[in-house]
Structure formats: structure tokens, C-alpha cells
Write a protein that binds this ligand. Sequence first.
Ligand code: ZN
Length: 262
Amino acid sequence: MSEIIKTEAIVLKSMKYRETSKIVTLYTREFGKVSTIVKGARRAKSTFGSSLEPMSYVSVVFYKKQGRELQTLAQCDVITPFRKLAEDLEKMSVGVTIIELVSAVAHEEERNVALFNLVATSLTTLNDVGKNSLNLLYAFEVHLARILGFQPTFGRCISCGRPLSSQLSPDDEIVFHLDRGGPLCGNCANTGGQAFLLSRGSLINLQRIASAEHLVDVSSVDISKESKAEIGNFLWSYLRYHVSGIRTLRSEKVFAKILTVS
Ligand SMILES: [Zn+2]
């Protein structure tokens, strides 16, 4: 017996299968990652249209059978079209990276509504913002770390709890303790463990991004090219340090390119 399921989803992956079908991986609100087969999706008369493209925010109906590897997708309708993602290389790259990160950290049929909401809101906001779309990726990564249980903090020494000195200049380097997920003050800097050197300026930018009340607010944080490179590097290192499923994702290379040309 199969169950009929209706839920919201983000399309993670879409690939051709046999003559006319597709295999589509979804990140669903109710069941986490679900792999589906869409029979006849590539026929000329198919009603699925562009709804099966990666990053689409959709409402789906599928037949779910326990123990089956591929569920059967019956219906897929776009909830919010993300037209601007396709028109902007930076936005597109941020979106692709978000999708790849979710694919890497999510497990089949493991419900995580907080993660679903983060992905849906991040892509919606990414589509809408007028500038600094890379900041949406940084915000996504910080919140992803929080949801996965290793929230980083940026304002106070993670060891003694004191605020970092206001005497520091933006270029001063601070030791960030990867294991404990926070910076160390001068007195505590030699406590051992895996460390990442971050400039004070980047720590301030990260704190502004992490503490923004609404995701859209992060687009008003202007970050220098140098600090972007540092923050991008740091967040990758931090996520990779904590999540075994993240290795070199394809999109990382795309980003390296964007950062050098922009
Ligand atoms: Zn300290």
C-alpha cells in the first residue's frame, strides 16, 4: 500500500532517466530528502514544465511506499518562481551552493523543518535582494551550523566570555577555535585545539550577519573583497570541520572564480 503525500519541497537534483522520465531529488518539509521518479516528465505534453529544475520551490504530491528507494512523483507546482536566480551569476552560484550543502548534510527521510524553512527563506530572499547576494550564503552557512548543533559565536571570547577588546583594529588577527566555535581573546589564545586566524573586521562582519533579525537585512552589510574571501574560506573550513559529509563541493570552485573576477 502506498500513501499519498502532499508537502512543500525544494528541488535538489534532477536527472534524465530512460526515454521520457526523470529522477528528481527533493528536500521536503515533512520527510527531509526524498528521491522520486517522474514518469513521462520529458514528454512534450508533460505538465511539469520547469517545476522540476534544481532550486525550484514547489508543492508536490507523491506516492510513498515504505522501503522503496524511489517514490513516485505525481504532481509538482511552483510556489514561488525564482526568476532572478537564473539571470545573475552570483545569485545562481549562491543558490547552487545552498542546494549542494543541503544535499550533503541531509539524510533520506529525516525530517528537519528548521532546515527546510532556512533553505526556502534563503532562496526566496536571494531571489529578492538587490545587492550583496553572497551575504545570503554566509548567513545560510552560519544558520546551517546552528541547526546542525554547532552554532558559531563571534563577539566574545569562547573561553573566558569577555567581549573582544575594542582596541583592536580591523586588520588584527584573532584566533578562532574551530572545535568550540568561537574566537579567543589574547589571554586565552593559547588554549590549543584546531584554530583559524580571522581578522577582527571579518569577525565583526560575521557577527552582523549572524545577528540580523531578518535574513533580508544581511544584504545591507557591505564587505570588502578581502574580507569576503576570508569569510568564505572560514565558513567552509568551519562546516567541513564539523560535518563529515562536506568535502570539496563543485560550487566551491565556481565561487573561487567569482571572487577573483568581481
Ligand atoms: Zn578569553
